[in-house]
Design a binder for this molecule. Sequence first.
Ligand code: PSU
Ligand code: MN
Length: 305
Amino acid sequence: MMTPPLTFSPEVTAARAAGLPIVALESTIITHGMPWPQNVETARRVEAEVRLSGAVPATIAVMAGRIHIGLTDDQLVALGQATGVAKLSRADLAACLAMGGIGATTVAATMICAQLAGIAVFATGGIGGVHRGAETSFDISADLLELAATPVTVVAAGAKAILDIPKTLEVLETHGVPVIAFGQDEVPAFWSRASGLRAPLRMDTAAQIAAAHLMRGILGLPGGQLVTNPIPPEAEIPRDEIVPVIEAALAEAQAQGISAKAVTPFLLQRIFEITEGRSLAANIALVLNNARLGAKIAVEIGRLA
Ligand code: PSU
Ligand code: MN
């Protein structure tokens, strides 16, 4: 039987040989989540932040039929400028590889690839969730089911208010995914620190999150953990400011019949336009913050394991 088509970058190869902690990073945020050139600038800053916090970054993407674990700067730039890149999730990862295509990995696909590469921690901005109106559209991100299946700890800034946050929490609970708020009682809501919803779990240190990750492995539980890390206070867009913008973007999406994979990128782009870039500045700040926490968790897992 063939082995998975993994290609490790020189930096990640060296980190594996030295047993250094590694943090996985996704690529859909680069191709579908942010505009050029901020996408590549942010990806570079996120990688630098992981290194400053004591771990090695591994940005993951599919190119020419291989899963790349860690990208060189040239590869990052090529991906950030490419058009027509597939947005890959569990359903289409293998098909893209088999056909030799180019694809960016969502949270779900990045978790699968991280697991194949032996990486326990993954930092990103936002995860997919249960969309508003899911009772008729059935739009529930595959990210949620991946969290239930694949043992990677994912650090995100909470569910965006473009989603139905209570329903997202219910689905995660049903599937046995621990949702941990970092350093506060409430689940953060991506651009805002508050959601009005109490988190099922709260932890205040990276070491606690690392210990819980390892304990799930000891118990033989499948699936990962969702760590929701509030955006830094100075970067947040308060709820009462962002919610009307979200409502406007959602109404446009509905009027234009946007569906399936196109929904999340459409909403992010429209919110960026309506806020005149403020949503992007907040998005960048929260990803950097998540990269720092992800690195600390990876360091602690390395220490405790
Ligand atoms: N949320 C963001 N930025 C993103 C995404 C979500 O703020 O880039 C991306 C992630 O890759 C996530 C995916 O896994 O969108 C979810 O897409 P969907 O809702 O179609 O499952
Ligand atoms: Mn969806």
